[in-house]
Design a protein around this ligand. Structure first.
Ligand code: PNS
Length: 161
């Protein structure tokens, strides 16, 4: 039977660390659905549509990967699309506590979905969307942290260069 995995996140915006994880997960599972969280308390810099568009661009050549957005409970969404695995990345020990809590809560909410933690390449262990946005906002270079298209969109969104 085909194993379908969902990789959920804010992806505001997608970074090279996310892409590394998408590639690793695509090699592990039959089908990977990258799912952008669309409803959120705090306002994201990019709309859900923009975040999904940027992801579409990076997964274009990965035949078993698709991009969608979701709102509501992640486990409900996973069940709805027939995903039995939730993929989450852990960069450092500092991520673990939050991820553990979420994974155990999701397990409590649904016994049909299992969380799998993946490690990105060490070279991306310090990378986050939040830091990328902050660096761009303050005029620093974000080359090598995000794809060129995302860099362009980020600069135009922040009205720099
Ligand atoms: O990229 P992020 O912001 O770390 O992703 C967090 C995300 C989207 C995985 C998490 O906020 C989530 O699953 N939200 C959906 C609502 C939900 O199911 N909440 C209960 C989680 S235990």
């Amino acid at each position: 039977m085909e194993t379908r995995a969902v990789y959920p996140g804010s992806f505001d915006p997608v970074t090279n660390g996310h892409i590394d994880l998408i590639q690793r997960s695509a090699a592990l599972f039959d089908k990977l659905i990258v799912a952008v969280l669309s409803n959120r308390g705090k306002t994201p810099l990019f709309s859900a549509e923009e975040r999904a568009e940027m992801l579409e661009e990076v997964v274009r050549d990965l035949k078993n990967v698709s991009v969608t957005s979701f709102d509501g409970l992640l486990v409900d969404f996973a069940e709805k699309i027939g995903a039995s695995v939730i993929v989450r990345g852990i960069r450092a020990v500092s991520d673990y506590e939050y991820e553990l809590q979420m994974a155990l809560m999701n397990r409590r909410l649904s016994s049909k979905v299992e969380t799998v933690f993946m490690l990105p390449a060490e070279s991306y262990s310090f990378l986050s969307s939040k830091l990328v946005k902050e660096i761009a906002q303050l005029g620093g270079s974000i080359r090598g942290f995000v794809p060129a298209d995302v860099e362009k969109r980020l600069c135009s969104k922040l009205r720099i260069k």
